[in-house]
Every structure is written in structure tokens, then in C-alpha cells.
Design a binder for this molecule. Structure first.
Ligand code: UD1
Length: 423
């Protein structure tokens, strides 16, 4: 188990390169299953979740080869073998092979993510969308079995603009007979990236990035070469970290057009945000103002930056209110922040953050990818030396995290707990 040891108090300063978007790369990797032949994806981040998706692809018979940031996936010999629980339990996004496997083979067998069955809230929208296109699902022994004798176009109206459900429906609809319309679709930039990848493969898609996506099914797909968009959550994390430490950073390669609300909230807190030649510059030299925010599907404030903003606002000059509307249990890390002297109270999906002058170092844990990033931000802003346990969560989503922090002048080093075998 790795821990990160952070000495707080140094304002971050300098330039940091932004990696490819995790939440795009994972989907492009799944979509590559549609076409026999070799697809090439550039700018794939070297993070644990992408390593897991490579294992999923290998398991299905694809031949992925990774050199630097480029992933080549030969999907010629793919078969719809089952995707085992060992992989799906490590990463829920493994269920995104359902759509492309159904599209190509009319069959998919995928382990259910932990704590989930066909009717459960976590997966119901995926299942209902695919069923509308003619897929039949049944579950046994902890697996979903999906079959379709030729998918057909349908009108799918999602109860909620779920990112994953929109993606699974899209990856199946590209091969369905006739026209599919997805209403109340997710609009995230990563979904637009997926649609552009699929279009490169030969798919016919209109309206992506709006709530209504229209897809005309086609018979065959070609392999494609594509570059993943920059990771807006990584951009936001470093921007917030810079502001929390009273620093100034340039986020190389950042796309400001994907970050309107995030940058506008940082500006409300007192930050200067400006477009530069190679990205976006963000700085904040004073104690932040209080800011209220509400997480919502894109273009709302991203839930994946809510924990980092809470860590930042814990040091604001005033009281902020944060409302979490996307994931019901996403305030669990608040107890960890409070152990560092934050004054945060939660009630249902609202959090009241009374800003304190300074956080103070304490031993804490990373509870998930983004909560872990929030603890690192709190540690960078705090007095003293904070030890953050369970950094493996953070490694799922951030490439070279502490190396990038060090590049910006932070005092952060990793300690590895060695296990000793006695005989
Ligand atoms: C994706 C992102 C994740 C991000 C989230 C919301 C990836 C790999 N992950 O997750 O980082 O936080 O979007 O922006 O891209 N829901 C249902 N039924 C379903 C599916 C989802 O009720 O069938 C609910 C979920 O419980 C959750 C909400 O919808 O409350 C949002 O989930 P969704 O948009 O599907 O997120 P993911 O695609 O899992």
C-alpha cells in the first residue's frame, strides 16, 4: 500500500502537462472492439484504469500494444467471451464492452459490478436502452447475459442523462438496423470524443453534445486512428490545487471550452484565469472567497471535481454551500477533511463549509480517486506534514501525480509499504 507524504505550505508554481482524458480513453478502447483490424489511439493516459481496460480487451481476444502514450488495438480475433468479475469489480467502466460486443456479435456476457443486479439503479438505464434495441438480458451466477438477433433502431429516452448508459446505447446503435434516437442523452466532452472516434470508424451520428443524439446504423466498421482529448478533471484538479496553495500554474494543453463553469467558480473565488498559447493559466494570491456550487451533468459543475473544490473551500473566507446531485454517497470523504481541521457539515446531498484560516496536517486516507485528490489538495494547503494512505485509488485516475506536483514545486513524496515474508 502506497502513501503520499506531503509537506504543506508551498504555493504551486510553473507549468504542468495534462494527460489524455481517462473517461474518454476507456470508452474509445471499448469502441475499438467494433472493428476487426488495428485501431490506434494516441494520448492514452498511463493510469491503472487504462491498464485494467487493456486487460479486459486482452481477455476478449484483442491484441493491445502500448508504446508511450499510443495504444494499438488489434480487434481482429475478438470473441464475446465473458468479462470476469475480477476485472469488472476493479473498474465499473468494464461494462462498457456490452454495447460494442452486442453490436458486433449479438452476444455479450459481463460480470455484474459489485452490489448490482439488472434492476438496480447502477445499471438499469444501460439495460433498458439496449433492450429497446432488441437485446434480451438475463442474469445468473453474477453475470449479465445479453443476446440480440440483430439490433434494431429505437427511440431511447433516458430517465437521467447517464454518461455510461448513453455510451453503451451509442456503441450498440451505430450497428443497429435503422435509426436510433437517444433523448435526454449525456453531453459530456468525452462522449463527443467517443462519437468522433465512432464516426471515424464509419458510424453515422448527429446531435452529439446536445440532449438528442440521432444514429443511423451501418453494416461495417473500419479501424481508426484518434487522439484522446485532454483530461478536464486533471486540469481542474491542478487548477484548484494551485488556487488552494495561493499559487500560479499553466495547464499545458487544457481546453478552456470544456471547463466554463469550473473556471467561472474559481474566478468567483478570486482566481485569475487566462488562456495562454499552450493552455490555461490559473492563479490566486489571496485567501479564496466563499463560493456555492451544485453538481450536475455536463455542462453543469462536474461531480468529479466536487471533492477537490470542497478541500479548497475549506480554507475560504466565508461559508460555502455545495450540493451534490449526481452521486448520493459522494460526501464520505468529508470526515477525513474534518480531521484536518475543516469545518464541514453535511445534510443529505448538501454540505455547508465554514472556511477556516488554515487546515492542519493529520494522517488521512484516500477513499476514492477524486476524494484522494481532494486530500492531496488539503495537504498541500495545510500546516505541517500530512500522510495520505491508500494512494492506489488516486493512481486509478492520475498519471504521474506526485511527479507533476513536484514539477510545480510541491513537497510530495511516495512511501511504499513493503510486505516482508517470514518463513
Ligand atoms: C461517468 C464517469 C464518472 C463521472 C460520472 C458522472 C467514466 C468512466 N466515469 O460515470 O467519473 O463521475 O460519469 O459525470 O466515464 N445511474 C442510474 N442508472 C444507470 C446508470 C447510472 O441510476 O443505469 C445513476 C448513477 O447511480 C449516478 C448517476 O446516474 O447516480 C450518474 O451516473 P453516470 O452518468 O452513469 O456515471 P458513469 O457513467 O458511471
Amino acid at each position: 500500500m502506497d502513501r503520499l507524504v506531503v509537506t504543506g505550505g508551498t504555493p504551486l508554481s510553473g507549468s504542468v502537462p495534462i494527460a489524455g482524458a481517462k473517461n474518454s480513453a476507456l470508452k474509445l478502447m471499448a469502441a475499438a472492439l467494433l472493428a476487426p483490424g488495428r485501431s490506434v489511439i494516441h494520448n492514452v493516459p498511463r493510469i491503472q484504469d487504462c491498464v485494467t481496460m487493456v486487460e479486459v480487451l486482452e481477455h476478449l481476444g484483442a491484441a493491445p500494444a502500448w508504446t508511450d502514450g499510443t495504444l494499438m488495438i488489434d480487434a481482429t480475433d475478438v470473441t464475446p467471451r465473458e468479462t470476469p468479475y475480477e476485472l469488472v469489480s476493479r473498474m465499473r467502466a468494464s461494462i462498457l464492452v456490452l454495447g460494442p460486443l452486442l453490436a458486433r456479435f449479438g452476444h455479450a456476457r459481463v460480470a455484474m459490478p459489485g452490489g448490482c443486479n439488472i434492476g438496480s439503479r447502477q445499471i438499469d438505464l444501460h439495460v433498458r436502452g439496449l433492450e429497446k434495441m432488441g437485446a434480451q438480458f438475463h442474469s445468473e451466477h453474477g453475470f449479465f447475459e445479453a443476446t440480440a438477433q440483430g439490433l434494431r433502431g429505437a427511440v431511447i429516452t433516458l430517465d437521467f442523462p447517464s454518461v455510461g448508459a448513453t455510451e453503451n446505447a451509442l456503441m450498440a446503435a451505430v450497428a443497429a438496423r435503422g435509426t436510433t434516437v437517444i433523448e435526454n442523452a449525456a453531453r459530456e466532452p468525452e462522449l463527443v470524443d467517443l462519437a468522433s472516434f465512432l464516426t471515424g470508424m464509419g458510424a453515422s451520428i448527429e446531435g452529439v453534445g446536445t440532449p438528442t443524439i440521432e444514429i443511423e446504423g451501418v453494416d461495417a466498421f473500419e479501424p481508426v486512428e484518434h487522439t484522446v482529448i485532454p483530461d478536464r478533471v486533471e486540469v481542474g484538479t491542478f487548477a484548484i490545487a494551485a488556487c488552494a496553495t495561493g499559487g500560479s500554474v499553466v495547464l499545458q494543453g487544457a481546453r478552456a471550452d470544456h471547463m466554463d463553469l469550473v473556471f467561472s467558480k474559481l474566478a468567483d473565488a478570486g482566481a485569475d484565469v487566462g488562456i495562454t498559447e499552450d493552455g490555461v493559466a490559473v492563479s490566486l494570491r489571496s485567501r479564496p472567497n466563499e463560493v456555492d456550487l451544485v453538481t450536475l451533468p455536463y455542462p453543469g459543475f462536474p461531480t468529479d471535481l466536487q471533492p477537490q473544490m470542497m478541500a479548497f473551500l475549506a480554507g475560504a473566507d466565508g461559508t460555502s454551500i455545495v450540493t451534490e446531485n449526481v452521486f448520493e454517497s459522494r460526501f464520505m470523504f468529508v470526515d477525513e477533511l474534518n480531521r484536518m481541521g475543516a469545518d464541514i457539515r453535511t445534510e443529505g446531498h448538501h454540505a455547508v463549509i465554514r472556511g477556516v484560516e488554515r487546515l492542519s496536517a493529520a494522517p488521512v486516507r484516500a477513499l476514492d480517486i477524486r476524494a484522494g485528490a481532494a486530500m492531496v489538495i488539503a495537504a498541500l494547503a495545510a500546516d505541517g506534514v500530512t500522510e495520505i494512505e491508500d494512494m492506489y485509488h488516486v493512481d486509478r485516475g492520475y498519471q504521474d501525480f506526485e511527479a507533476k506536483l513536484s514539477l510545480l514545486g510541491a513537497a510530495a513524496r511516495r512511501e511504499r509499504e513493503l510486505s516482508v515474508a517470514f518463513s
